[in-house]
Design a protein around this ligand. Structure first.
Ligand code: FAD
Length: 235
């Protein structure tokens, strides 16, 4: 009998795992509370370093990994620099850099686009509009409880349902999240020529964070896909 893995949450973690399990010929069902992939507009992009890139390459079929690379920034632009409020550089870091420049280091990618790519081929496995509210363990299986009153059974349940995880709340009720008081507002716009001309040059080199007084900061990171070549990793 094939092992059936149930995953709560179709974010980047849940979808990467679902793709990897599919490639290993295991049965998988993903429950996602939002009605569609587009319904979740959180986050404008995500920077992926070499560790993440290698993990994605291992999880995704080669054609999907190529698509992810084709829609992402080059490595240099995903690096981070901090400026003061006059755009004088204070600090620059190449997060996780190990000295080698390979095409999948430090890419920045539109989070929605990445999730759309990671959904390809999982149309039957991902169930949108199904919120996990709890689970029950039987001696050798697990039953997922869904908000609409239905249930689903599998051999293993993975909580990939984010920071407010319902799975974690059931399994580890003593583990709680803490509000740090930090608040972020993010926006996104199309990079048209007129806007491009008005933006400071350092923005096009890296993700730039400008720190102002009173602990406020602003950041920006233009995303422009680049053509790159890539060899599939050995399987
Ligand atoms: C502003 C911002 C910028 C970030 N930038 C970066 C970055 O550049 N690089 C980086 O590596 N990380 C970054 N992170 C962190 C990164 O976003 C998270 O680590 C990552 O999204 C976690 O992935 P996940 O799949 O575990 O959870 P999520 O991406 O949060 O996905 C969880 C999914 O589960 C669904 N869900 C939630 N509850 C339920 C439920 N009860 N039932 C069913 N579905 C449910 C949600 O709708 C969602 O689709 C950033 C985070 C923020 C907030």
């Amino acid at each position: 009998m094939t092992l059936r893995v149930l995953i709560a949450g179709a974010g980047v973690g849940g979808l990467a795992l679902a793709q990897a399990l599919r490639q290993a010929d295991l049965a998988v069902t993903v429950f996602e509370r939002t009605p569609t992939v587009r319904a979740d507009r959180r986050g404008y992009r995500i920077n992926i370093n070499r560790v993440g890139g290698d993990a994605l390459a291992a999880c995704l079929p080669n054609e999907l990994f190529r698509l992810y690379l084709a829609t992402s920034n080059d490595e240099a632009r995903a690096r981070v620099a901090v400026f003061n409020h006059h755009m004088h550089p204070l600090y620059a870091t190449d997060v996780g850099v190990d000295g080698t420049a390979v095409p999948r280091d430090h890419t920045g990618v539109n989070r929605l686009t990445l999730r759309q790519i990671m959904l390809a081929g999982l149309e039957r496995e991902v169930r949108f509009g199904q919120e996990v509210v709890g689970f029950e363990q039987t001696p050798d299986r697990v039953r997922v409880l869904l908000a609409d009153g239905s249930t689903a059974e599998g051999d293993l349940l993975v909580g990939a349902d984010g920071v407010g995880s319902a799975v974690r709340a059931g399994l580890l009720p003593q583990v709680r999240t803490r509000d740090t008081g930090v608040r972020c507002l993010w926006g996104r716009t199309t990079l048209r020529a007129a806007l491009r001309d008005r933006l400071p040059a350092p923005l096009f080199d890296r993700v730039a964070v400008a720190v102002a007084r009173k602990a406020a900061s602003g950041s920006g990171g233009p995303t422009e896909p680049v053509n790159r070549t890539w060899k599939p990793p050995p399987r």
